[in-house]
Design a protein around this ligand. Structure first.
Ligand SMILES: C[S@@+](CC[C@H](N)C(=O)[O-])C[C@H]1O[C@@H](n2cnc3c(N)ncnc32)[C@H](O)[C@@H]1O
Length: 323
């Protein structure tokens, strides 16, 4: 599809989008096929990887749970629908994508038609301006609502309405993903607070649903997802490297921890790249009991040391058995 759009036209549209996203003003609208092709080539691989990481963390904390419906709010070309299918591939589930940009929905629909996963192939793509009209009733009993890279495009009032409606509509869980910037983190924090106030339990990345220990500091909670760049991706982005690291912030919360069987939130999460020293690994953690904490794992600790050498920024610590 992107080849059909012509690499030069797509590259020009990518430039427009990049300038729009970096400009600090309102997010650029996805007005036509070129804009959407540019979005799909330049942003969708990265948003897909970020959402997949967030949903993977949710699945790790609740391995006995699987969504029986999915509403993707501001879903655009459907990155979160593909990500949900990558994490829970087997089952067909009613899936609805809401967005106000018809060209984005049209491309999403076309891409989805070729999917192997039944949930992607069967998705319904619906034009819907957020906050303006009564929302979709939501995916029901054990349903999942995703809000991926959308809150930053909305006013504060609409953001709160969107999160409130996500909480109302999600019988199962809500996952919010934003860019891994201080502003993205603050929007995630605001959504997290709203979800906790609505009775949700945070399963990831936080080890608890209490106040975030990074709030009010110069630091912000974010993670990175590695994105392999295809030849087309490199061409339209003008980059040389074969990969990029997408920084993102997220929260995954469930309505009822009891209905989401599993170990629950990890006791701690690695919040920085681990530092490898001779015979030692230094981990910076967000912990359930002590807030932010540093720990050094030494070679003498045997299996724990081997686990620490494998652990990555964003992983649960200690790793769940079998990971
Ligand atoms: C950065 S894109 C994210 C798309 C997708 N969720 C992803 O992760 O790749 C933001 C999306 O939000 C949609 N959007 C922004 N404001 C909206 C509004 N008021 N109502 C409906 N959709 C909106 C845009 O059309 C766009 O598709």
């Amino acid at each position: 599809m992107l080849d059909g759009a012509g690499a030069r036209r797509t590259a020009a549209a990518v430039e427009r989008l990049v300038a729009g996203y970096r400009g600090g003003g309102p997010a650029p609208a996805l007005r036509d096929r070129d804009d959407v092709a540019a979005y799909a080539a330049y942003r969708m691989p990265a948003t897909f990887r970020a959402v997949r990481a967030a949903l993977g963390a949710l699945a790790g904390a609740a391995p006995g749970w699987e969504p029986d419906g999915h509403l993707d709010v501001g879903g655009g070309t459907g990155a979160a629908v593909w990500a949900a299918a990558a994490v829970w591939p087997d089952r067909a589930r009613p899936t609805v994508v809401l967005d106000h940009a018809e060209p984005a929905l049209a491309l999403g629909r076309e891409l989805a038609a070729g999917a192997a996963a039944p949930a992607v192939r069967g998705a319904e793509w619906r034009r819907h301006p957020l906050g303006a009209a009564p929302a979709d009733p939501g995916p029901g009993r054990a349903g999942l609502v995703t809000v991926s890279y959308v809150l930053g495009e909305l006013s504060g009032d609409v953001r709160r309405v969107v999160v409130a409606e996500a909480a109302r509509g999600a019988g199962g869980g809500v996952v919010v993903v934003e860019p891994g910037t201080p502003e993205g983190y603050r929007r995630v924090l605001e959504a997290r607070r709203q979800l906790v106030d609505a009775g949700f339990t945070v399963l990831a990345p936080c080890p608890h649903s209490a106040a975030c220990p990074m709030e009010g500091t110069a630091d912000w909670c974010h993670f990175a997802a590695r994105v392999q760049r295809s030849a087309l991706h490199r061409r339209v982005k003008g980059g040389e490297l074969g990969h990029e690291d997408e920084k993102f912030a997220y929260v995954a919360a469930v309505r009822s921890a009891a209905a989401s069987p599993g170990p629950g939130p990890a006791p701690a999460r690695v919040v920085r790249h681990p530092q490898l020293r001779k015979g030692q690994v230094l981990l910076e953690l967000c912990t359930a009991d002590e807030g932010l904490a540093r720990t050094t794992v030494s070679k003498r600790q045997g299996p724990r040391y081997r686990a620490a050498r494998d652990v990555r920024w964003g992983d649960a610590w200690p790793p769940a058995p079998g990971d």
